[in-house]
Design a protein around this ligand. Structure first.
Ligand code: TYD
Ligand code: MG
Length: 452
């Protein structure tokens, strides 16, 4: 019998070593190196049949390649299409990562059920009956969707040759294993090898493959970093499991922008696309409450009206507490310091809590001015007019700074029925008149006059 060959892999970054050591010299992590058994491949894994070989790609002269956009497969799901940049590209590998229970399997099964193409959903995590039960909750059962519960890539490929699906979904990459390597499923070498086999299959047959991936406790996709390099698109499905909204983002996209964002609502019957997010992110409270302000933010190309809630109260303990959900806590401290120093508000002895509703987190600096407004409103306990919104960044000198694409934000606010929007005095606006009252301010101090 041939001698089994073993190699040591760092389970964090995938670096390879000939002998064990305590610290990975590549990523500097301790105790991440484990021994894995490797066996050389005896035959190729993906053997295209006659039928599939016909679909295989051929070399083209670069001059012959059309520059028109590739024929993408419409996933019939507008939010997913938007994040992918217009649909699935033939032959592409898409990796979908997210916390356990966030809804990755639900989303993919839902897509598989509503697609007009032949889809193969391979699951290594659930039984066929479980999947059928879930499918019945989600959608009318489709004739085009095939379910396979299998984890061995060789068997998966055999089934693919038989069914010839247009799209393949793998749930999840960590459960797959190939005969050529003896280490257990989910190990670095298995993930790397099975992904390589899938890439080869995808590229040769121009079939898009979607992989579901687990994430580690610090939020990265489990497995070697190289996995993210190998695939074409990395999508992240995030959100708070206790909230109903889920956000789909692209962390990497070879075929489109990574700025786009898809929003879903988890319901009893699967994930509903949220096509007008501004409506759900603003609470429909009739009464005027102090401490809330609305910001006109942009996520990618998409305008989002977001409600910010602040609570300012006298500190019970010596050191005031400051906490922020969905907003950078350091930035909150900075804004409070600016208000204290540049606008004369005494917030030093106050507890300040900040929350962005809907459980989403926002990076757009345009949210700053709404944070200022919410904090001031809670501080003096007077509500801000609900039909007013904000879009500006706040600088250290207390200046109100312009943000990108103000015109788009104003138009969105106008469309949603706001009557005024506060922006920076230094914004360059196209010479058009808005029906909404555009208030321009230069300093944080000036904002107060317009608020109450
Ligand atoms: P799941 O897709 O299994 O998560 P993942 O594959 O990311 O681990 O999602 C499971 C959660 O979604 C579970 O807590 C139940 C909930 N869910 C609904 O609320 N409605 C539904 O229609 C379905 C199918 C699941
Ligand atoms: Mg799952």
């Amino acid at each position: 019998m041939a001698k089994t060959k073993t190699t040591f892999f760092c389970q964090n970054c995938g670096a390879q070593y000939s002998k064990w050591q305590g610290k990975c010299t590549s990523c500097n992590e301790w105790n991440t190196i484990a021994e894995e058994v490797i066996q050389k491949a005896e035959k190729a894994t993906w053997n295209p049949s006659e039928a599939t070989a016909k679909r295989a790609a051929k070399p083209l002269k670069i001059s012959e390649i059309s520059t028109q956009s590739e024929a993408r497969l419409n996933t019939k799901n507008n939010e997913l299409n938007r994040v992918l940049g217009g649909g699935l590209v033939p032959g592409s590998l898409t990796l979908l990562g997210g916390e356990p229970g966030i809804g990755k399997s639900t989303l993919m099964l839902q897509i598989a059920l509503q697609l007009p193409y032949k889809t193969l959903y391979v699951s290594g995590e659930e039984s066929a009956q479980q999947i059928k039960m879930r499918a019945e909750r989600i959608q009318p059962i489709s004739e085009n969707c095939y379910i396979l519960t299998e984890t061995k890539t060789q068997n998966i490929f055999r089934n693919i040759q038989e069914i010839e699906p247009d799209i393949v979904v793998i749930d999840s990459i960590q459960t797959l294993h190939t005969d050529h390597i003896e280490s257990s499923a989910g190990s670095i070498s298995q993930i790397r090898e099975t992904t390589t086999e899938l890439i080869k299959f995808a590229k040769e047959t121009a079939t898009p493959v979607i992989l579901i991936g687990h994430i580690t406790k610090d939020g990265n996709i489990a497995g070697p970093k190289i996995l993210e390099h190998m695939v074409d698109t990395v999508l992240q499905f995030e959100g708070d499991r206790n909230h109903i909204y889920r956000i789909l983002r692209a962390n990497k996209n070879r075929f489109g922008s990574t700025n786009e964002l898809g929003i879903y609502e988890m319901q009893g019957s699967g994930l509903r696309e949220v096509s007008n997010p501004s409506e759900i992110l603003i609470s429909k409270n009739e009464e005027d409450l102090s401490g809330t302000a609305i910001s006109a933010t942009l996520e990618g190309m998409r305008p989002l009206m977001i409600e910010i809630q602040a609570l300012v109260s006298s500190a019970v303990y010596g050191t005031p507490q400051r906490s922020a959900t969905g907003y950078n806590a350091k930035r909150l401290n900075m804004i409070l310091a600016v208000l204290e120093k540049r606008a004369g508000f005494k917030l030093g002895a106050k507890d300040v809590f900040l929350n962005i509703t809907g459980g989403i987190s926002v990076d757009d600096p345009a949210i700053d001015l709404a944070v200022v407004a919410a904090v001031l409103s809670s501080n003096i306990d007077i509500a801000i007019d609900k039909r007013m919104c904000f879009a500006a960044e706040v600088g250290l000198a207390g200046e109100v700074r312009p943000v990108t694409r103000v015109d788009q934000r104003i138009t969105e606010a106008e469309k949603l029925g706001f009557t005024s929007i506060v922006i920076s005095k230094y914004c360059k606006l196209p010479k058009q008149t808005y029906h909404i009252n555009v208030i321009k301010v230069a300093k944080v101090h000036d904002v107060v006059h317009h608020l109450f």
